[in-house]
Design a protein around this ligand. Sequence first.
Ligand code: ADP
Length: 387
Amino acid sequence: MQKMDIGIIGGGQLGKMLIEEGLRYNITFATLDSDANSPASAISSEHVTGSLQDAMALKILAEKSAVSTYEIEEINVTALLDLQKQGHAFVPAPESLQLIKNKGLQKQFYGDNHLPTSAFVVVKNVHEWKSAIIEKLPQCIGGKIVAKLCEGGYDGKGVSILKTDEILSGAAEIPFEGPCVLEEFIPCEQEISIIVARGLDGEVKCFPPVEMDMDPVKNLITYQICPAQISDDVLNKANTIAVDVVNKLNGYGLFAIEMFITHDNKILINEMAPRPHNSGHHTIEANYTSQYEQLIRILLKKPLGDTDIIQPSAMVNIIGANNFSGAYVLQYEKELLQMQGVYIHMYGKKESRPARKLGHITIMASDMEALRVKADKVLTMCEVVAL
Ligand code: ADP
């Protein structure tokens, strides 16, 4: 049986964009997703319909593929570890995924390796919250804590910012039942992300940092700009930390490291992802090598590409409106298509739902000032409406 060059576990938009980049090189892909019409499976050469928790489905994908990667964390890691033992190749390694997909283990890894991150404590259930806060996070009393479900949260779901006193007095309900990380709330100046590529031979390249603006209600990135507006000193320190994280993990593949920059220019790691990341969408048009191409190069053992930017860029997510679910159109598509340096990506999701990521728009301009003007305009034009 002729194997596919690359297997992708998960059929979402990140997988779709990975395939789009690979098609330029005539690379063949197999995908695994429970939906045969998912964004990536619609354009892959072969598709396996099955759950990402199903060991048999994962085995079928691995057997079809020379090497496999993933575009989502919610995968049966035990099955991946077994398949790896049987000789199937996964990049990043299942061990990296195992550590990263559990926010408790991930935080512990930063702590154990003296990597800068906010103070935290891991709790197993609601009964442990109060004593854990009093013993491990006394500095948060009178202030705020951030609670994160260890497993299963994504895009801000499973994250809750809470007033510590209300939790201690019982005035506020504890929002999560299962194991959680409780961490110190970090009032920050900026949130940045650095995508680090590390080849199988240990070659490392960082993409220039991006800076995000968050929607405090949806907890989604609304606007992202590259390069991040930070000093050379912060840039150097952030790059050093990001590379240190991946080296200490002994990670191979692509890793997005999200960091907070505090008002006094301290850098603290928020979290990382072992896959292409929302904060790297702009690299398709705005960098010499995109994050997706970089991952393909790693998977196929080719030299890493140049990560420099071609022009400053911004990225805006196209998100499902709150007032409807169903078929949709991009309301201002015509006007957007008439703008120079504006690139629309639609993920091919059949239905819009509130807060669902349906696509994104990359905006490029020759300087930061022109970029902001254009991006602000695009931000008002990225709504979808019912068809
Ligand atoms: P997700 O994995 O769902 O994206 P994150 O851990 O990135 O969740 O948290 C979502 C957002 O919540 C962050 O981007 C940040 O704006 C805010 N946040 C998370 N942790 C902290 C913290 N310790 N202090 C302040 N804000 C935080």
